[in-house]
Design a protein around this ligand. Structure first.
Ligand SMILES: *Cc1c(COP(=O)(O)O)cnc(C)c1O
Length: 383
């Protein structure tokens, strides 16, 4: 499937394109911050190994530049969700260990093997198929996913007591046994300790196999949760779990003003006429909308204010609904002429974090990040 991507740009290449009018919105990704976040997590998790989860196009930040930044920082193990993502990482990282979290579909074992990818086997059916796959008589490595309470992927931890499963496992070169916490972002939740306990018992039945339990939030639960390898995703990209003290923001999003218009009290703004102006207003129409990953839930109405954009330190509240490709912000408070057609304003950045925006939209930083960058021009700094 062909995928249309914003070109991989270096910072200095940007002005040429901008002056050609190519960009309406720019997603700036700080590769230096990603590398620093990875090193902080590595230090927090040591002596456990720190891997990196780069599924979903590195959470929307761009697989190729992110994988090269992480390789530069010292990362040697990557996790992706799908076979296709694994093949892309292999092209970028010839010697890395690459795990494919979503297991594999019937008949795909040769494709895993061709790219030297390790499936994370999560059911007896997958185990049977992988165990019977012997290219050139070899046993290619794989991981085993045990379910310890999330009921998503993985075999029940108690399956390790069944003799047929034990027999099957003898036919597989297991390089990792892993599980996943359901409530890692709630440090006080007793489910964390309960899952850890089940996992600890299970991994004891697989001596000499490396073990991995936690994602970003789980790293912060302490060393008892780290086992041999940790699997951070969101914290690398500046979101969610990581406390502000230890994790830097990575992305900023700026979008361009298409036009500035004046409107009078009693006028409404946008689809559905959900926002009525109470004063003479100056409105900037900005070239970004929900098709760019700026959620419609961030819009404003007379009943409920929405998100704000920023010009310098000045908030510019949204007016009315977010449309597919456009939104409106109130620039009445700015001195006349301080913004003009073609200027950029901040939608995510020093004043608006991805998690702030997410909570306004009733979602998570994960969803904000993965929704962005499909259409915006991506600009990389700090690489
Ligand atoms: C996505 C994922 C991770 C990474 O989670 P974050 O919360 O982004 O750190 C780790 N492990 C598994 C199994 C995952 O699916």
């Amino acid at each position: 499937m062909m995928q249309r991507r914003a070109p991989f740009l270096r910072e200095q290449e940007l002005p040429t394109l901008l002056s050609a009018g190519a960009a309406t919105a720019v997603l700036t990704i700080d590769l230096g911050a990603i590398a620093r976040n990875w090193r902080r997590l590595r230090d927090l998790a040591a002596p456990a190994e720190c891997a990196a989860v780069v599924k979903a196009d590195a959470y929307g930040t761009g697989l190729a530049p992110v994988v090269s930044a992480l390789l530069g920082a010292g990362c040697r193990t990557f996790f992706v969700a799908t076979l296709g993502e694994g093949v892309s990482v292999r092209d970028l990282a010839q010697t890395a260990d690459i795990y494919v979290l979503n297991g594999f579909f019937p008949g795909c074992a040769p494709e895993f093997c061709a790219a030297n990818l390790r499936p994370v086997l999560g059911s007896t059916d997958e185990l049977v198929e992988w165990a019977s796959f012997r290219p050139a008589g070899l046993k290619p490595p794989a991981a085993l996913h045990l379910d310890t309470g999330i009921n998503r992927l993985g075999m029940s931890a108690s399956a390790l007591d069944k003799s047929d499963v034990r027999d099957l496992l003898r036919g597989v070169d297991l390089s990792l046994v892993m599980s996943h916490l359901a409530c890692a972002d709630e440090p006080g939740n007793p489910k964390n300790a309960a899952q850890r306990c089940v996992f600890n018992t299970a991994r004891g039945k697989l001596p000499n196999v490396h073990a991995s339990l936690v994602n970003s939030a789980g790293i912060l639960l302490g060393s008892a949760y780290h086992f041999d390898l940790v699997r951070p995703g969101i914290a690398l990209y500046g979101g969610g779990a990581c406390p502000e003290s230890s994790c830097e923001p990575v992305v900023r999003l700026d979008a361009r003003i298409v036009q500035i218009r004046d409107a009078k009290p009693g006028d409404t703004v946008g689809y559905g006429a959900k926002q009525t102006l109470s004063r003479p207003s100056r409105i900037a129409i900005v070239a970004i909308g929900y098709a760019d990953g700026y959620f419609r839930a961030l819009g404003s109405s007379d009943q409920k204010p929405g998100a704000s954009a920023y010009h310098g330190d000045k908030p510019l509240p949204l007016l009315g609904r977010v449309s597919m490709d456009l939104l409106a912000v109130d620039v009445t408070e700015l001195p006349e002429g301080s913004l003009k057609r073609g200027d950029f304003i901040e939608l995510i950045g020093p004043h608006v974090g991805i998690d702030d925006l997410a909570s306004l939209a009733g979602t998570l930083g994960y969803e904000v990040l993965t929704a962005l960058g499909q259409r915006s021009l991506r600009r990389y700094t700090g690489g």
